[in-house]
Unconditional design. Structure first.
Length: 559
């Protein structure tokens, strides 16, 4: 029985921990905490919850991911990828539904880790990841157009196409001051890294635009710039843990969105951890990371938070500023907690257009348009999965996109794998060169006697490989007395392959044709004998070498 694969990096990181490492982690944690503040507020509001819930998520989930995760430098919290799915769940099921779905997603994530699915999830096809990430980016940008331009729209439709129709219908309601704040915020965020990489552009934009909005209101009488305080009431008190009421009907209805949160969280966190490994030269434990993400997504909703996962941008900020252990993530959570307790009331003065500008930049970074364009030059099957996932994400929702995208990828994988298996007929003579399943002696060729047909399978025996025998046999010629099937290059056989091979043997026996297997590797031979092929064919008709198989065929033909 396999042991539990749960080894938090916090435990190993504290061994041989030095004062120098502590100072580097504290400095990195402080900077990441400051960077995370505007993003947490923006992601919270964009997801359809109040701004403090975004910060609570960054505090609670960020702390849990650092304590229980499988990466040394992972920084967790709310991310842009969840905006679309969270907003959709709130719209359909309300805040209570989101809380339950997030709890369920946390349980699913822990289950993924316990079942050791961490390595499997990392192999989700790249076109699917790029497709739905780009789709999420377009959707986030679309949701921010109203606030970015200060449009006066009472009800913005949830549907992507209808949303743009409404935007074009209300172009005349654009507030120039709000639009100026939004566009200048984008410019500040874009320019700041060129001046200083340590100072987060989003924080600079919030400070500058908040002060500008206050000055415009105080001295120029500009009151049209909407702020967080105009839309939300700010609460800076830490909430207590509240367990929601659960019922089977509600839980059953939330399985699909909860699974979407879990799969998306798993993909994003493991992708972030993998990127971080490449920078710091470490190897994260993917199963432990999934369990840590699960714990975070159970604790976050209990305190009023939203789904969380590993954040690539904040993780890279942590690394670039010297963070090398999970202590940096803990410090980041403590910094956010202090800001929440003592400075949260000031958030009411932040312009909504500024937050929209931050999310526009986030959506641009998420879009991955270069990767998207590069994938468009790949085989048609990859392009199909990419475009389909992208369109489903923006036109329908992420749940549908992931489900259909994975289904298409699985079908394409099955087709490609079946194409790797080749079945061919061998005529007249068998070339012994480079063959490993025979006793060559002094011969270079083996002659195939009259009344014997030889077929060779190259590759795994599954899916549609068995059906190819019928096509090849139909073209081969007269009905033989013996069919030799060489399986020296068959590394494994699945249930479908077993079923096809069994049908082939039974049909051949009805026609009076004897099947002889040659060169079966031990692993495959054990599977065949467990499934009764020794009795079906006769032990003497399962041979280790092609020369033995031909000798057996001669005996059968002679008899």
């Amino acid at each position: 029985m396999k042991t539990l694969d749960f080894r938090p990096k916090m435990v190993s990181a504290l061994k041989n921990y030095s004062k120098q490492t502590l100072m580097a982690d504290v400095m990195a944690g402080v900077i990441v905490g400051i960077v995370a503040l505007p993003l947490a507020i923006a992601f919270g509001i964009a997801s359809g919850v109040s701004p403090e819930k975004g910060i609570i998520t960054a505090i609670v989930a960020g702390l849990a991911i650092s304590l229980f995760g499988g990466s040394k430098v992972q920084i967790g919290g709310p991310t842009g990828a969840f905006i679309v799915i969270v907003a959709g769940i709130i719209q359909q099921y309300g805040i209570q539904g989101l809380t339950i779905a997030t709890l369920m997603a946390g349980v699913f994530l822990i289950g993924f880790g316990l079942l050791r699915l961490g390595t499997i999830i990392k192999y989700i096809p790249y076109p699917i990841i790029v497709g739905f990430t780009s789709g999420i980016a377009v959707t986030i940008f679309t949701t921010q157009v109203k606030d970015l331009l200060g449009m006066q729209i009472d009800n913005v439709p949830g549907d992507f196409i209808e949303k743009w129709i409404v935007y074009f219908q209300h172009l005349g309601s654009i507030d120039l001051w709000s639009a100026l704040v939004g566009l200048v915020s984008v410019a500040i965020i874009a320019v700041t890294p060129k001046l200083s990489r340590r100072v987060p552009g989003s924080l600079v934009a919030i400070i500058v635009m908040t002060v500008a909005a206050l000055l415009l209101k105080q001295y120029a009488g500009v009151t049209s710039i909407e702020t967080i305080g105009d839309r939300f009431s700010i609460n800076s008190q830490l909430p207590g843990a509240v367990v929601p009421e659960l019922s089977w009907e509600v839980v059953k209805g939330l399985v699909a969105p909860a699974m979407t949160i879990a799969v998306l969280g798993a993909i994003e966190s493991l992708l972030s951890a993998t990127v971080a490994d490449g920078v710091i030269g470490d190897h994260h434990n993917s199963n432990t990371e999934l369990i840590g993400q699960g714990v975070a997504n159970i604790l976050s909703p209990l305190f009023g938070g939203i789904p969380a996962t590993g954040a690539i941008a904040r993780t890279m900020t942590n690394i670039n500023n010297g963070g090398r252990t999970p202590i940096a993530g803990v410090v980041h959570a403590v910094v956010l907690l202090l800001i929440f307790l003592f400075l949260m009331p000031l958030a009411q003065y932040i312009p909504m257009a500024c937050l929209a500008g931050i999310l526009v930049v986030v959506s641009y970074g998420m879009s991955g348009w270069r990767s998207f364009a590069a994938l468009m030059r790949n085989p048609k099957s990859d392009v199909t999965v990419l475009v389909l996932t992208f369109l489903l994400t923006i036109v329908f929702d992420l749940t549908v996109a992931i489900e259909v995208g994975l289904l298409c990828a699985c079908l394409l994988f099955m087709r490609r794998m079946s194409e790797t298996t080749d079945v061919k007929a061998i005529y007249d003579e068998i070339d012994l060169n480079e063959d490993a399943d025979m006793q060559k002696g002094n011969l270079e060729h083996l002659t195939i006697p009259q009344g014997v047909e030889v077929y060779e399978i190259n590759g795994p025996y599954f899916f549609g490989a068995g059906n190819r025998f019928e096509d090849i046999m139909g073209r081969y010629g007269n009905r033989p007395k013996v069919r030799i099937i060489r399986m020296r290059k068959v590394p494994f056989i699945d249930s479908t392959g077993l079923h096809n091979l069994q049908n082939l043997c039974l049909m051949s026996q009805k026609e009076g044709i004897t099947i002889v297997l040659s060169g079966v590797v031990p692993k495959v031979e054990a599977v065949l004998k467990r499934n009764g092929f020794g009795q079906l064919l006769g032990e003497e008709n399962i041979c280790n070498h092609i020369d033995l198989a031909l000798a057996r065929a001669k005996d059968i033909v002679g008899a």
